[in-house]
Design a protein around this ligand. Structure first.
Ligand SMILES: [Mn+2]
Length: 295
């Protein structure tokens, strides 16, 4: 089995971070199909693009935060039905899952397991869409509503939102989730937005990263693209500042390889995982810029 290039230890037992692939899109209503191919595609592209070969030796690409310091193990792919069993064990053993989907409804199944143990959770939801429908349930458009029993909406945030439906706007107001759109970030600047986000979220952080939060010019291979999205650098800086004090888990969802261009979206997904893993292990909340590499 191909593993993600950031996987650096031999056994699940010794790992701190566990990579899990979920090849399932059974609860997607999107017209574009193919997110179930994403986990293995991201693994393959990570090996091709984030590893350099010098004199027959593999050399892993660093990020500007250094290289991942944690023990990372790629568990491979599991089925939707096995999520409760596998994630209960991961959370019981104090490990941190980094999940590659699959359609976004898989996040709900992960949050259910996490919420039982560690709820209420501060959900940090990167997405073009709020996924906050309540008239239709149990699909990729109702994730946040389906997660309500396990999260604290007042300490949860949505980042990158730009295509809400009326019903979702009403639910955002009703439950008091803070929304930071790409326009907010452009207008106020990300330093202010980071401050606002950090003042909202608690310490029980779970990050769900729908690749459609990124502008489709950078990430065309997603199942429901929306123009005017986040710049990848902005998303990375936000992600690193939010997660540098530690997280309960993260997922990266909705990459759709069949609609990608030159696998750019899969490469960006691999890169986002490495940006996270290279900066997440800092104990205290040091601002990201104070611990980036100095050349
Ligand atoms: Mn989504």
């Amino acid at each position: 089995m191909e593993t993600l290039c950031w996987s650096n230890c031999k056994s699940y037992r010794e790992s701190e971070y566990v990579i899990v692939g979920l090849e399932d899109e059974s609860h997607s209503h999107a017209i574009r199909k193919g997110t179930s191919n994403a986990p293995d595609r991201i693994r393959k592209i990570s090996k091709e693009r984030d590893v350099y070969i010098e004199n027959n030796r593999e050399s892993l690409a660093y990020t500007n935060s250094g290289k991942p310091q944690s023990k990372i193990f790629d568990l491979g792919n599991i089925s939707r039905e096995n999520i409760p069993f596998v994630y209960e064990r991961i959370f019981n053993e104090g490990k941190i899952p980094i999940t590659m989907g699959g359609d976004h409804s898989l996040t709900t199944e992960i949050i259910k397991e996490l919420g039982k143990k560690r709820g209420p959770i501060s959900l940090v939801y990167f997405d073009a869409h709020p996924d906050f429908l309540s008239s239709t349930r149990d699909f990729h458009g109702s994730v946040v509503y389906d997660c309500l029993p396990y999260i604290n909406p007042k300490s949860s945030v949505m980042i990158g939102i730009r295509s809400p439906e009326l019903e979702e706007i009403e639910n955002i107001k009703k439950y008091g989730i803070s929304v930071f759109s790409p326009e907010d970030i452009q207008y106020h600047g990300f330093k202010q937005v980071i401050g606002d986000i950090l003042s909202k979220i608690g310490r029980n952080i779970y990050v769900s990263f729908d690749m459609d939060c990124i502008d489709p010019s950078f990430a065309p291979g997603v199942s429901v693209p929306v123009p005017m999205g986040l710049n990848p650098i902005t998303a990375s800086i936000l992600l690193k500042n939010i997660t540098c004090g530690g997280i309960l888990g993260m997922d990266i969802m909705e990459v759709c390889p069949a609609f990608d261009i030159q696998d750019n979206t899969s490469h960006l997904a691999s890169r986002m995982i490495s940006e996270l893993l290279s900066s997440v292990k800092v104990k205290e909340k040091t601002p990201f810029f104070e611990k980036t590499l100095k050349f």
